[in-house]
Structures are given as C-alpha cells and as structure tokens.
Design a protein around this ligand. Sequence first.
Ligand SMILES: Nc1nc2c(ncn2[C@@H]2O[C@H](COP(=O)(O)OP(=O)(O)O)[C@@H](O)[C@H]2O)c(=O)[nH]1
Ligand SMILES: [Mg+2]
Length: 334
Amino acid sequence: MMIPTIPTPDELLDKGFRRGKKNADLMRSQKKIPKHLKGKRIEEARVVTACQVIKDKLKSIIDSVPIIEELPEFYQDYIDITVSVDDLKQALGGLNWAFGILTQLEKEYGGKIRNNPSDKASMFQKQAYGRIASVVNKIKKDLDFLDFAKQSLRNMPTVDFDAITIVIAGFPNVGKSTLLRQITGADPQVANYPFTTKGIQIGHTERRWQEIQIIDTPGLLDRPVLEMNDIELNALIALEHLADAILFIFDASETCGFTLESQFNLFVQIEKVFNEIPIIALFNKMDLIDGDEYTQQYIDAFEDSILISAMEGEGLDKINETIDKIQKISREQT
Ligand SMILES: Nc1nc2c(ncn2[C@@H]2O[C@H](COP(=O)(O)OP(=O)(O)O)[C@@H](O)[C@H]2O)c(=O)[nH]1
Ligand SMILES: [Mg+2]
C-alpha cells in the first residue's frame, strides 16, 4: 500500500490558493475577454481552481488506499491491528465529505460570481475562500490520522499467498534466525510487524516445484502467550491465517538460557493459540548434546520430533521431509 505524502490543512490550502492566484493572473492577462466580464472571470478562476486543486489531492489520497474488504485476510488483520480499520475508514470518510462540500462550493460560488454584477465578484470570492478554508481545517484530524497510517503501514510484509507458509516459533536464541538462513539462504525480506521491534523476516525456498515461505517473528512467537494483551494476541492470530504449519524450535542444549521445561510450556501455549494448525517440534543445537536422559525425555514427548544442528547444517533433510508432509496436508485441504 503506497499512501502518498499527506499534507496539513495549511499546505493543502496554500497549494490550492496559490494555483488559484496563478490562474486568476492568467485570466487577467487574456486580451480577448470583454472588459465588463473580466473581473468575474478572474474571481471565478480563482475559486474554481482552488477547489479543483484541493479536490485532486484529496482524491489521490482516497484512491491510494485499497478497499480493505477486498484484501487478503492477513492484510485486513494487519491493517486492523496496526491502525484500526474503523479509524482508517472514518478518516477516509472525512476526506470524502470534504471532497463533496468542495464540489458544492465550486458550483455555488462559480454561479454566484457569474450571475451577479462584476462589483460583487471579489466579495463572493472572499466568501468562497473562507468556506474552503473552514472545510479543509475540519479534516485536520483525518489528515493527521492518514499521515500516522502512512508511517505505520509502510514496509508491510510482502506475503506470497500461493506458497506453503511455515511460521517459526521458540524462545530467543534457540536458533530461529540461524535455521531460517540455513533453509532459505542469506537474505530474508525484513518487514514491519505490529508488536515486533525487529520486524518479521520472510525467507523463500522451493521444494518440488512448490514455493515455500518461512517466517520468523522476533518479539512475538518467542515469549509467553499468557503475558500478552488482547491486541498482541490479535497480532499473533493474524499469523494464524497465514500459517500452514508452525515449526517450534527447542534449544536442546539450554544455552539460550531457557530450561527445556519452560520451552515446553511455551510450546503448549502456542499450540493452544494455533490449535487449528499442525505444530512440529524441532530440537536444535543437538551438536552440543550426547544422548543424555534428561534431554531425551523431552524429545520423546513428541511423536515425530526432528533433531538438528542448524549451525552445522545437520538434520535439515528431515525438515524437508516434514515440509513434504505439510505440502500433502495443505494440498488435501485445498
Ligand atoms: N552449537 C550450536 N549453536 C547454535 C545452533 N543454532 C544456533 N546456534 C547459536 O545460538 C545463538 C542464537 O541463534 P539465533 O539463530 O540468533 O537464535 P534466535 O534468537 O532464535 O533467532 C547464536 O549464537 C547461534 O550461533 C546449533 O545448532 N548449534
Ligand atoms: Mg533471531
């Protein structure tokens, strides 16, 4: 979504009135206009031009925002969490309202100037400018909001809705970024995401002619769900509309600073939130482990846990096998 630069009311008025003056000056230099009509033509040009210039700008802003209901559900959620869809609609409604009033003023005052004696033209022009200014100043809060929306919605993630989507979860330092790089190569797309400070990272790979995107969400799927407020939970649930599977990363070595028990608790919470989506347990940093019972009991808690070392690139083929299974499941569902 590319919202253009949002002007302040003063900037809008300044632009409209400046162009109005320019066109009025042009009219004044026209030799062909009969003298008794000239004053009227000058003031009419001033009013009509100002209205049109301001309306054009409002329209370009209104048209830059897509119809929210026609967007994929993920983007609808994203916009709602980030700026609130209702507030966005209200601000656009304000601009539409101003557009309508300016159309009326353009007609009304154009007519008044044309149909009255020349000596009244300048008075009507001043009246018109007063009303134009008042309309534009009334949408100050809407313009402010759209400027905030523009800033907030820039660098939205570019999501491939045909790809199989795997969302990575797990505590900080368990090896999520390392794994993402190992599977999808060096340069994931970094995009903004509400409630994440580092943004989300999207990496792409291909498996049997099927595009696969893997999403890492630092600051979101790496902390206790129970500590989240409603809005944060919504940010989480937006991902649910996207994910074909969750890859939950355990740090088997506990060198991330979280015990396997607390990692297991996070797993259970995330499994609850994403209850419709298959969640795969993956034990990383296995290069630091040599088959102790303590680690094994957690590995055995899952039917098909995957054991890897993301750093050494060990066990990645097992992830591919799992991706194949997910492919089968998501193909059966569609
Ligand atoms: N020994 C070992 N270290 C790893 C492995 N995977 C990641 N690390 C290290 O763990 C730390 C955290 O990794 P990172 O990918 O940034 O974790 P994230 O916070 O979950 O994204 C880094 O120092 C990595 O080098 C692994 O398989 N074995
Ligand atoms: Mg990371």
